[in-house]
Design a protein around this ligand. Structure first.
Ligand code: PNS
Length: 166
């Protein structure tokens, strides 16, 4: 049984992420979507919120589960019987992604499977979505409906200072 991890920050999860998760789930037996717990000061959602949102979106695939992870990804892989790290690859990220894949392989032998990002999502990243949303742009076409609604809600509450979200 081949198990793969799709790791990331997912802040927030985009159509591009879900495309890679779905394609991975068709290739391997089981997929663990692992949400990194490193909190950046620009984060829109807490790690537990990202897990909750991803779990909702991934419920449509029976062989996909979602969890938090902290520490080294290779240690998470070893502890969870993960054979493969699966990642979407955009041209702009090639250098850094290759470096991480080679480092991870050197550390424990775990290999990385790169799936070319679907062309329609190639320009989409969570960081750009956060920036566009924060500055009042429309991000609805890059995100599943529920995620777009929560993203706009979060951005609006930050602007009004209505809630403390982090
Ligand atoms: O969505 P992101 O921000 O590109 O995800 C990056 C992530 C979480 C996959 C990456 O930073 C990671 O693997 N972090 C875990 C720490 C680690 O293993 N670092 C060494 C990488 S070679």
């Amino acid at each position: 049984m081949t198990r793969a991890v799709c790791p990331g920050s997912f802040d927030p999860v985009t159509h591009g992420h879900l495309d890679v998760i779905e394609r991975t789930a068709r290739i391997v037996d089981a997929v663990v979507v692992a949400v990194g717990t490193n909190i950046s000061k620009n984060a829109l959602f807490r790690p537990d919120e990202r897990v909750e949102m991803l779990a909702e979106e991934c419920a449509q695939w029976s062989n996909v589960e979602v969890t938090l992870f902290e520490g080294l990804l290779v240690d998470f892989c070893a502890a969870n019987d993960i054979d493969i790290i699966s990642k979407g690859l955009r041209a702009a990220d090639l250098g850094y992604e290759l470096q991480m894949a080679q480092m991870n392989r050197q550390l424990t032998g775990v290999d990385t499977l790169f799936l070319p990002t679907a062309p329609q999502w190639a320009f989409v990243s969570s960081s750009l979505v956060r920036e566009v949303a924060t500055l009042g742009g429309d991000v609805t076409s890059f995100l599943p409906g529920r995620i777009a609604a929560r993203t706009m809600e979060r951005v609006a509450s930050r602007h009004t200072g209505a809630t403390s979200d982090m």
